[in-house]
Ligand binder design. Structure first.
Ligand code: XMP
Length: 516
């Protein structure tokens, strides 16, 4: 199934996973490996058809900068360096790197100097590329030639004179690079000679067969959240082993309005055996007096695990724990554990690791190799309702991290009503599917207002709507004033407790999507 594949060596760029996604989109399987997690002999044994060296936030001259062995160039496997990957190739061949005169960030025009170069096959002589770098190649080693430049970067692309080694300073994986996909296709198909072999249909059938064989007559327990990943996971496992799958849904009391009912309706429809645990009071009492966002996340995460653990122990013959882990979770937890980013920004409780007792169970993670869009494609092929597959994500700690400051029952009820109105209007205006995530944040701040001639002193709330491809970077959604006015009017009129709404117009970074 995975005959031809491309191996990406990750040097810590925020875009590395995008390279993998783009290549899978064009039908070729890819794997992403932390640059020092894989040795040269390991690479040889895996037999990739091509190697991509990703970008990264480092300078090759920095102490402890991430380097690889020069022997990689002796493998005779085609190599494509992107941004830091380009600087690294040049550095390892003895070239010089310099700080750019002007930090280049954003849109630039690439002028191709060698139109017959394989990397640029079919690409116009001038096109838009996306730059994001501080350093650049100053002197090329003698074995290389420049194949493209921009107005502020003389060496924006180069290739080896007789080996299949190519590099670009810009980011072909980012959508803003006009012909980025064409360049990746040229590398993968023309240069590496890969055949298009990544077919999701095969993946589903093979996964179902594997699970059937592995689980045999034992039982599997799954923490069911109702989100896309857990739904598709449950569906695939259920197809493999039927009622030996036990789904547990914990009602934390921090869910959206009617969420529990929706989940239980859908599970019934799909014939999953679902146990709903009402833990609303437990979470509420644990959260009393907790204000700090990180402590809040930890309290919710720990409580969740404790309850889940207790419930799974009640099921006889359980040998497997299923999780809806997807490939970006794997990358994210690996990046955090490898300290590629100096500190984790928020403790996401689904990548926080498992307690010892649950670790005794064997893991089943059928979606571990897939990106979100691939999970959705699979869901579509399996005939799952679009309403589930295209739901906006909802964070594990739920409304707990959308109520800033202390969480209590009254605030949960206020926020739930406001979120429900937002959801209705997103659907009324037909906006739901064109934005990535939309929600309300309740501030711990009250302001003076006027409702029906009476003075009010109620909470201020924030409307947060974002567009993003991968949730690692995001922009605020450019919505019509008409929609904003409607949502604001309805919430302030219909929800007792909120008398002011502001729209969050920050991107991620520097903000994050959630406020806590
Ligand atoms: P941030 O706020 O980090 O959010 O920009 C990025 C995406 O992750 C979601 N999110 C979470 N999802 N458990 C989850 O399952 C969590 O603890 C968690 N925290 C944030 C957030 O809603 C957004 O989609």
């Amino acid at each position: 199934m995975k005959k031809d594949f491309i191996l990406i060596l990750d040097f810590g760029s925020q875009y590395s996973h995008l390279i993998a996604r783009r290549i899978r989109d064009i039908g070729v399987y890819t794997l992403l490996s932390h640059y020092n997690e894989i040795s040269i002999s390991h690479i040889i044994s895996k037999k990739p058809k091509g190697l991509i060296l990703s970008g990264g936030p480092f300078s090759v001259y920095e102490k402890n900068s991430p380097l690889i062995s020069k022997n990689i160039f002796k493998l005779n496997i085609p190599i494509f360096g992107i941004c830091y990957g380009m600087q690294l190739i040049s550095f390892l061949f003895g070239g010089k790197i310099k700080k750019s005169n002007s930090k280049e960030y954003g849109k630039s025009y690439l002028i191709i100097d060698h139109t017959n170069n394989n990397l640029f096959h079919g690409i116009p002589g001038k096109s838009i590329v996306w730059m994001s770098h501080f350093d650049e190649v100053q002197n090329l080693p003698k074995e290389f030639k420049v194949i493209g430049h921009t107005s502020s970067c003389d060496i924006a692309a180069f290739s080896h004179i007789n080996k299949k080694i190519y590099a670009v300073q810009f980011h072909p994986e980012v959508k803003n690079t006009e012909y980025g996909i064409s360049m990746l296709k040229n590398f993968v198909f023309h240069i590496c000679k890969c055949s298009s072999n990544w077919v999701l249909n095969d993946f589903v059938q093979k996964t179902i067969d594997d699970i059937k064989k592995r689980v045999n007559k034992k039982k599997v327990v799954l923490g069911f959240s109702g989100g896309v990943d857990s739904f598709v996971t449950a569906y695939i496992i259920h197809k493999a082993i039927g009622d030996s799958l036990n789904c547990i849904f914990i009602d934390t009391g921090l869910l959206l309005k009617t969420e529990k009912e929706k989940v239980s309706f859908l599970c019934k429809k799909m014939n999953f055996s679902l146990k709903i645990i009402d833990a609303r009071n437990r979470f509420l009492s644990k959260l009393t007096g907790v204000i700090d966002p990180e402590i809040k996340r930890k309290v919710i995460g720990e409580e969740f695990i404790l309850i889940f653990q207790k419930e799974s122990e009640k099921i006889k013959n359980v040998e497997f724990l299923a999780q809806g882990t997807i490939y970006s979770d794997v990358i994210e937890s690996s990046v955090i554990s490898k300290n590629l980013i100096s500190s984790s920004i928020k403790s996401h409780h689904n990548v926080g690791g498992l307690p010892k007792t649950l670790m005794k169970l064997k893991l089943i993670e059928p979606l571990k190799e897939l990106f979100k869009d691939e999970v959705r494609k699979i869901g579509e092929k399996l005939g799952l309702p679009k309403e589930i597959l295209y739901r906006h994500p909802f964070p594990g700690p739920g409304l707990g991290i959308r109520i800033l400051g202390e969480v209590n029952e009254k605030k949960i009820s206020i926020l739930r009503k406001a979120e429900n109105i937002l959801l209705q209007e997103l659907k009324n205006y037909d906006i739901y599917d064109s934005v990535s995530q939309a929600f309300i944040v309740l501030l711990p701040v009250k302001s003076v207002g006027i409702k029906g001639d009476k003075r009010t002193y109620e909470y201020a709330a924030i409307l947060r709507v974002t567009n993003t491809e991968d949730f690692m970077t995001a922009t605020f959604s450019h919505l019509s004033y008409d929609f904003l006015e409607k949502v604001s009017n309805r919430i302030t009129n219909e929800v007792n407790g909120i008398n002011r709404i502001a729209y969050d117009i920050t991107s991620k970074p520097p903000s994050t999507i959630e406020w806590e």
